[in-house]
Ligand binder design. Sequence first.
Ligand code: 26Q
Length: 814
Amino acid sequence: LASGPVVQPAPTVDGFVETFLGELNYGQGVLLSQSTVNDQYLALARTVRRYLMADWLETGARRRQAQQKTVAYLSAEYLLGRQLGNNLLATNLQDVADAAMSRCGIDIASLRAQEVEPGLGNGGLGRLAACFVDSLATMDVPCIGYGIRYEYGIFRQTFEGDRQVEVPDSWLSLGSPWEFPHPERQVLVHFGGRTEEVTDENGRVVCRWVPDWNVVGMPYHYMVPGHRNGVVNTLRLWSAKATQAFDLQIFNSGDYAEAVRAQTFAENISKVLYPEDSTPQGKELRLQQQYFFVACSLHDFIDNTLPHDFDLRRLPERLVVQLNDTHPVIAIPELMRILVDRKGFDWDEAWDITKRCFAYTCHTLLPEALEVWSVELLGRLLPRHLEIIYRINEEFLEEVREAFPGDEMLVRRMSVIAEHPERSVRMAYLATVAGSKVNGVAELHSQLLRDKVLPDFSRMWPDKFTNVTNGITPRRFVLLANRRLSDLVTDTIGDGWVTDLDRLRELEPYADDASFRAAFREVKQGNKERLAALLRVRDGLEIPQDSMLDVMVKRLHEYKRQTLKLLHIVSLYDDVVSGRVAAEDLTPRTVVFGAKAAPGYHLAKEIIFLVNAVADTVNADPRVAGRLSVAFPANYNVTLAEKLIPAADLSEQISLAGKEASGTGNMKFALNGALTIGTDDGANVEIRRLVGDDHFFLFGMTEPEVERLRPGYTPSMYYEEDARLRSTIDLLASGHFTGGDRQAVAPVIDNLLHQDAFMALADFRSYLDAQERVEAAYADPDAWSRSAILNVARSGFFSSDRSMRDYLDRIWHA
Ligand code: 26Q
């Protein structure tokens, strides 16, 4: 190291105990005998981070030396999950820490349980960002993850009277041992004001932004360790602070309260994660968040990370900015502003540099989820950026006119500025115009993105569009979450699979080995038992053993069709209580739901209520006892996912075809040996192709079939014509699950019968048939385990290491 060696504690039990006690006494300021579980957790965390520190400093020094191309991953969300377990795994200190804690008379499990996960994301998109930075560190690719250090992450979900109630997630309140504030790298960010034209020293008329308020961005650094490879990359999250101007105002102002209010205003910017994950609301604070972290990040890279004498004409050789959806797209005009207004480039040269620096990932197909910002708001908050966007658009539309002369309709369709219902900026279009590449997140999604969302752009620039199928990190979601399966796999084929997941293929022959199958079943059984123990303590829920564990965990959305799953449960229950089926003939099944609804998404909250109501009734009914039960533990998050997924037998991936961009939960289940029941949607398509038709339960319409059915779709027709569906809906509507209250079920029932925008009723019959195939398959434990093992063996493709290789080859060229 440039400034001398760092002393790293010895990776022995003695060394660990000594460091731990040192942290407890001198870091935390308590004696072991007086310490609380929280003291011990904090001391343990600080002990573990000591083992990462030398590698972190060395990785930083090496990156500064080598001056390679760096990936700046810009994401408004990082759903990291707990850090302690992952960092013990990455450093290979699990066993040493276990022994050291037990020597201190401490149960390490209770310390692990003390950590509140940083829930700085909503769902798939945020977790994907966390998986990607893990993979890049493991592959030793220079990457800085940039984002926002929300003081409150995704809300904690509780249920009161079966309804969702949101509680603020104060994840920082018991201490935050994994972060490092860096005041010396603070950045000033401007907002508001106006632009004016001035003549510069060379007599040129140039534009200047005269902002009227500002905030400071304080960076916090987090370690992103590679898997046992001595690499530690950096995640840099920004927190908003009031500037000194605010402090002065407070000091000078007679109106002290008003001055403090101004300070609170600035600090609001990074206060809370927006809990919506679709249908953006165009809220001013959200745009402030986006510009805040983007401005901090670009400034940090250009002025504080590159060498001081760096020639910015070569910026694309050193920087590639990956835009995680449209949330950071304001970075495009911001880089133009830096180059033109601050660094003196002429427009064309700046545009050439900018285009080569950016690439854009789209994560949706829902038209209502495409972000737009009103020109009124953008012009008020970021007047210079709006001017830059207008000029980008003018020049782009000229290009369109040249390529397609005489087609003014096309020009209007492709404009970055929409005129209706109000004048606004289409952020996805801006990203597509400026980005060197645009990618979707699964094959089907990328195809639909080209054909349906951005067809004019893909005609103009066919080579701009590409696919990178999502992936998940096998470190967290197999090695850490499912240690017993990992041990079985490693005992069988060695441990190379952890960083080369395709090697799971070597397991294929063992699918036909009875003793391996027995060992595999034992792992699954053990995982179910541990899950049952957890849910008993965590939620007071009873999970019967010896039943199929059928799991649907994801955000609550109509398009994901939790109601279709609910209809299935009610139809099974109806079969028994109506006497059509003897309870003994039901395959014992436990359905587990996990889902948060955006707080303002009323129908989603009604669905949560109904799932809870059905669960209460079914679980209390002796007629189905031991045969059918429903569990809905509150507050599904990464921590709970790590417990649920390894225990699952059946993975529910039942979105309407053409609506789920990819899904990543689907991959986690397959890799942990659950079989999928799913539609031909998102990455399900690729999962099915890889694991084989015989080991995947496909149902439902295809995307083209959905589009053909759409005009004049009449859900009530299915109700009229399918007696089983009718009986199911009638039972739900009767109030049987809501203490006789028919009003309470009306919102969901009315929607199903009269809207059903995501066609649950059209796919109901096909779904039930597929569930019957599931039951038949589950009745043969050997055949089922064989399929489950083949799911594991054939899912190596879904490692996020592979996703990162694809980004490197197709987009980053780093
Ligand atoms: C935008 C503007 C204002 C407020 C909120 C938002 C917002 C926030 C989060 C919009 C969307 C999101 C998250 C989207 C998301 O998680 N999409 C999922 O991304 C996964 C990773 O690619 C895919 O697997 C899923 O299919 C996709 O739904």
